[in-house]
Design a protein around this ligand. Sequence first.
Ligand code: NAD
Length: 405
Amino acid sequence: MSQRRLTGVDFEALRRHIDVPDSAVRLLSKTEKEIDFDLNLVRDDGSLIEADCHLVYANTVRGPAKGGIRFAPGVTLEETRDLAERMVYKTALAGVPFGGGKAAIAMDPHSLTRFEKVAVMKEFVHMIDLELRSGSYIPAPDLGTTPHDMAVIYGQTHVPESVTGKPPSLGGLPGRREATGWGVCHATCRAAEQFLHATPQELTVAVQGFGNVGSYTCRFLAEQGARLVAVSDVSGGVAAEGGLDIAALLDHVSGGAPLADFAADAISNDELLALDADVLIPAAIENVLRGDNAARVAARLVVEAANGPTTTEADAVLADRGIVVVPDILANSGGVVASYVEWRKAKSGSLTEARETYAVIQSRIDIAFDQMIARAGQHRVPLRTACQLIAVEELVRSMRDRVWI
Ligand code: NAD
């Protein structure tokens, strides 16, 4: 089993505070099931489309494996395991009846035409058809996949609840696209009130990443009155001390222009991470805050909108410096909460409006946030550990109920 080990959670550290049976540690330390396959298609000119693909079920004690499909060059089995594991704790913390899973297609989606991407998605469904039709794995968008890709999956399975993140015209959830950003915005406002004693209007914020999560986080925070002083994407960043015009920036990128060409001061991604703003929100990729740059972070609060943006080394440096980190499993849980609402809607055939989606996300994040603050105070631990304590207790309870332990 050693090749299937999960490594994200330090159970020995958690056991200083709560009772976690050996049997539960064993089950939570390895993946349940992994499927690896090659995806191959031939173009008309004879060239091959080839990708390594992975599907990981990390733990499904609380429900089917839920997690997005990452479509990006170089995505590995290790990375897929790590992301699946995060889903186990995220769903348990959010209190939704899902387990943790993740899928990956290791290829640059931008190297494909629209037609080719549809063909790849259909082939992907074909290769894991049983997992999807049985409802064992329920995908959603992640880096490099979109609601259109989810629509292609639905078109193959014909089962509305087999996939979430579909376009609203096909049974998708109004508000799903904005859901993660909405949740990040709400978690940021709660954390700013709690730790900085500041209202949104008093905040300066820097956001790395202007894709689905980053752009909606910026939009909602700007609507709350926060000053977005720097924003970046893979092309570079822009900054304005008085605050960027987020509506104009959204307009600019929606026309396909690189974000870095927006009329404002240029800033690199490295400079953005060290910018003197109240709040730093990494909303792009993993491991951007590391041992080598965490000492330069000037923000007082880091809200992890991306999955895994802070390495263990950086976590320790930030904690030493008194910088509060709101962990990804709480901060970006709006996406999976919305997925739960969409799944429930698909199963029941009911209709849901965007404001209901927002309300459910806000309520789940409020519950988890309050529990996190109470636990962090009770055990004198960082917020990440507090969230893990809550999630692990929930998972142990479910394992006992299912007679897994
Ligand atoms: P996306 O593909 O829509 O956007 C990614 C953004 O990151 C883009 O703006 C891209 O230019 C930028 N980026 C990529 N590489 C970069 C780099 N090296 N430096 C700076 N910026 C870079 O993806 P997304 O859906 O917004 O996801 C972002 C993160 O949030 C991922 O970690 C994802 O796993 C996580 N997440 C997403 C959701 C969701 O609902 N989409 C939910 C939970 C967590």
